[in-house]
Write a protein that binds this ligand. Sequence first.
Ligand code: ZN
Length: 260
Amino acid sequence: MAVSTSVAPLSNPLLLDLFSLYAAKLGVLPAGLIDHGADKRWRCETCSRWISKSNLKNSVLLLSDRSRRVPKFFPDVVGTGVLHNRVVDILHNEGCTGFEAHPIAWRELTEWCEWVGPKAKALEWPQYFRIEISGGVDLDWSLIDADPSLRCPECHAVFPGAVRPKAKSLLRLPVEGTWDGCDFSTWRNTWPGETTTTLCSRRVVDLAAKYKWTNANFGRTVPPDVWVGSPISADWHAQITARLKERHPELFEESPARDL
Ligand SMILES: [Zn+2]
């Protein structure tokens, strides 16, 4: 049976209401981020694959052991879901929902500053937080998989031994009516072992514009291929809509008229 590949975005209000948040330039500050061990480990009941979820409470920011470069500034967004104290305060004060912020320690900061010298010691090193997302929305797999039988219907990982399925499209769109309305959400129906996509509401992007967050990018997956980066201008939504219309006109096509 032929599967329709058309998207009906006008009936999908989430297209311009949910965006992914990530850092504009990864590695702008620390050398990396590590998690201390998996928090939970369980087996998928359908395909028996082991799934592990890292404990975000034990994340640590690493500083480079090769470079003595002292940071020029501390950006608001350091990595996907890794936010400056200032941003977390804004989110809490504005009553944003769907997240819990866990403080991240700098690994061996005192030693690093000792190694680098007075310039590093003189800096005021901010507290960063990693957000654990509790909101959810369903990913529309029907737009992605050419052959859905290669993927476990429960955990959405590729079945053991199966070749990676051919992608039908790169569209990562939410299923209408499945968003719980939280300001921070992630795909509910993807393999938990995959990197978490940080989805956020329009309100969060408006806050990023209002408070001039640095090093933040919004977009790319929802809506696809289209994004805005820091500094976010006040008319970001109009900009992103115009660009989306240009690159994906098919997403804005009106449904065919019923009575011709
Ligand atoms: Zn499975």
